[in-house]
Design a protein around this ligand. Structure first.
Ligand SMILES: [Zn+2]
Ligand SMILES: [Zn+2]
Length: 416
């Protein structure tokens, strides 16, 4: 088995893994390199098109795709999904969730900027990944917790060896095990490995976003404790989150339920994703922020109750606080929580700008970062669980040398 990490081994994001095994060629992820994107473009300096982005290395080169049987996307963050219009010829692409892709595809398609490059061309065939089933290419998608739902790790059962690619992941979820399994239609990677010890992993490709990060590690459980403390006796709670961060949205909704707050959503993509969740306590939706049909109850912004939790995406938060302010709904007691689940680089959100708007509106706000990625101190536990036998390869890291050093100290097998 020939494993080529063509992009993403020296950067956070932009993963592109090409596996050549006998007569099979498989690609895992084909993401955008936001580190390079932000180096060459900003504000009015915008990309001229696919060719320029390829030349600079922001998106994959056409020959990387040559002869591939299929592309597997681990989750929908753009540093993994990438620009589907870049795929140069007929290809099957397997996605974590078709409904959310199709919804986003429409938005991206009419975007005035580079986001319009994300939708596929007509010759790309899309298919939804099915958890815990081995497919025609001998690949199994296994649910994993990350700040984008749904997220998968992939096991490839090759001709002579078995490979595991983790994608982006953390080892603690915002959901308890039962809820996680229900949301993901199956158990997580670590439970799967434990229950299927006969499946030995030969080669492990593991992400290392938080390797070398000196940020204090906050796990989902700790984040919830902090938010509960801040939200106690508060009337209005405003939380911004990435629309794919369903685990976090669900955890916030549980807090609101406990505190008997009205739950209101002001974000179309978030509504689209929450609708897919079974047995959900149904939230209400702010009419002006929904451009689609929904089974949730719609209310005008004026009907938001005094005691409420409002969930909104980063893209829509600034408009929302302006609207809340104009309609007199913005409470003097409003507390805003900006979640910063990823290194900024993964999706290029501008947390500072958002914080400045809260400040000018007189809204008390805090930033919290419960990472979508495991922390360095958890690496040892992870290796003990996965037990790779032959080699470990690294990806999704800004500190490759440090990452390799740490791994060499922990393991006797080949590290590259
Ligand atoms: Zn990523
Ligand atoms: Zn991610």
């Amino acid at each position: 088995m020939n494993i080529k990490i063509l992009s993403g081994s020296l950067s956070i994001g932009g993963n592109f893994i090409r596996i050549e095994d006998d007569d099979k060629i498989i690609i895992f992820d084909q993401g955008i390199r936001f580190d390079l994107m932000s180096k060459y473009y900003s504000g009015f300096i915008t990309p001229r098109g696919v060719k320029e982005l390829r030349d600079i290395g922001v998106i994959p080169k056409p020959d990387w795709y040559e002869g591939a049987n299929a592309i597997y996307i681990s989750h929908m963050h753009l540093d993994h999904l990438g620009a589907l219009s870049n795929i140069p010829h007929e290809m099957k692409v397997k996605l974590p969730n078709m409904a959310i892709y199709e919804y986003m595809e429409e938005k991206w398609g009419i975007s005035p900027n580079w986001l319009s490059l994300i939708p596929r061309k007509y010759y790309v065939e899309l298919e939804e990944l099915q958890p815990l089933q081995t497919d025609e290419n001998n690949i199994m998608a296994i649910p994993i917790s990350h700040s984008a739902y749904p997220a998968y790790a992939f096991i490839y059962f090759g001709k002579n060896e078995t490979m595991l690619y983790t994608g982006d992941f953390r080892i603690e979820s915002f959901l308890d095990e039962e809820t996680f399994n229900e949301f993901n239609r199956g158990c997580n990677l670590f439970t799967f490995i434990e229950e299927n010890r006969d499946i030995g992993i030969d080669t492990l490709i593991i992400e290392g976003t938080n390797i070398g990060s000196d940020r204090i590690p906050i796990t989902p459980t700790e984040a919830i404790k902090i938010i509960e403390k801040l939200a106690k006796d508060r009337k209005q709670l405003l939380a911004t989150l990435h629309s794919f961060d369903i685990e976090y949205a669900y955890a916030l909704m549980l807090i609101a339920e406990k505190m008997k707050m009205q739950i209101v959503i002001a974000s179309s993509p978030l509504v689209k994703l929450l609708e897919k969740i079974p047995n959900l306590q149904k939230p209400q939706v702010v009419d002006e922020y929904l451009d689609d049909l929904t089974s949730f109850k719609r209310i005008p912004i004026e009907s938001i109750e005094e005691k409420s939790l409002i969930l909104v995406s980063y893209r829509e938060i600034v408009d929302l606080i302006k609207d809340l302010n104009l309609t007199g709904i913005l409470s003097k007691d409003c507390l805003a929580i900006i979640s910063e689940p990823e290194p900024q680089i993964e999706e290029g959100s501008e947390y500072n700008v958002i914080a400045n708007w809260f400040s000018i509106m007189g809204v008390e706000s805090y930033r919290i970062r419960a990472s979508g990625h495991y922390y360095q101190y958890q690496l040892k536990t992870i290796l003990e669980k996965i037990k790779p036998k032959k080699s470990i390869k690294i990806i999704h890291t800004e500190k490759p040398r440090l990452f390799l050093d740490i791994l060499r100290k922990m393991s006797q097998i080949s590290i590259e």
